[in-house]
Write a protein that binds this ligand. Structure first.
Ligand code: ZN
Length: 269
């Protein structure tokens, strides 16, 4: 009898199985230096910004489109309140107003968010999808490289000041088993590097994590969208073809052989 059952796995773009992503909040002047480091090492990330705040040491809003090009701009509420303490309609306005301002600046739909002051509860995770928000980043470090279970509580691997940061980064690069998808997710605030005078930590993390063949460098929303669209791939029972209904190519492997399912068409293997 012909063998029809195969191991079919979703891969990241290019057939990769690791992803590195960053998430930095509040949009302070130090983002310039952080972006210079990210861009030098090909690291990509998400910057969570408050559309209505005009603090000192803040990046002027008109610079957002050029400075944050090649990265994602995401919401962080308009005024940065601890939203778990806010009435429902105030939370909705804080998010929608932030989205509106950031979208006007960036020219694309803003669909991600980092919880201001890490403030999140079940009421908030249930409410936010109605504002068009598709993921919410917490401040809870997992020290794990697993993909998120719940994108509305997207827990990072670690903060960059984690005492185990460099050890975890090195362990991540040493992962070799391809039967899993692995994620390294680092978060923080760029002004913390100035406060602690430890820019060398980020330089070292990016040196360890950057420029690797087996790794996809993505923003938060790119990871969310890719996984979402990969979940809609329609694979035939015998695994000989698949239809990709999305507008993005999806990579898979069949019995360890890599295939790219082109957007909008049937691919035969
Ligand atoms: Zn913040």
């Amino acid at each position: 009898m012909e063998k029809t059952l195969k191991n079919i796995y979703v891969c990241f773009p290019g057939g990769k199985h690791k992803v590195v992503t960053m998430s930095y909040d509040d949009g302070r002047e130090e983002d310039r230096r952080l972006l210079e480091i990210f861009n030098r090492y090909g690291i990509r990330g998400t910057f969570n910004l408050n559309g209505m705040l005009e603090r000192t040491n803040e990046i002027p809003k008109e610079e957002y489109p050029t400075l944050y090009a090649d990265h994602e701009v995401a919401a962080h509420t308009a005024l940065h309140p601890t939203i778990a303490r806010c009435p429902d309609e105030q939370i909705l306005q804080q998010v929608l107003e932030d989205r509106r301002i950031l979208e006007e600046l960036m020219g694309y739909p803003v669909r991600g968010l980092a919880y201001p002051n890490g403030s999140v509860n079940e009421r908030i995770t249930k409410m936010l999808p109605y504002t068009g928000i598709r993921y919410g980043r917490t401040v809870v470090s997992t020290h794990s490289f697993n993909m998120p279970e719940d994108y509305m509580r997207w827990n990072p691997t670690m903060h960059h000041n984690d005492p185990e940061a460099l050890t975890l980064a090195k362990s991540f690069t040493e992962l070799f088993k391809t039967q899993y998808l692995y994620m390294m997710y680092i978060w923080g605030h760029s002004y913390e590097f100035t406060d602690r005078d430890n820019w060398d930590v980020m330089e070292e993390l990016c040196k360890i994590l950057g420029g690797r063949e087996d790794t996809w460098y993505a923003t938060n929303i790119e990871i969310y969208d890719y996984m979402e669209e990969a979940s809609r791939l329609q694979v035939s029972v015998d695994g000989s073809f698949a239809y990709n209904p999305s507008a993005r190519d999806i990579d898979i492997e069949i019995d360890k052989e890599h295939f790219c399912c082109k957007a909008g068409v049937i691919t035969r293997f």
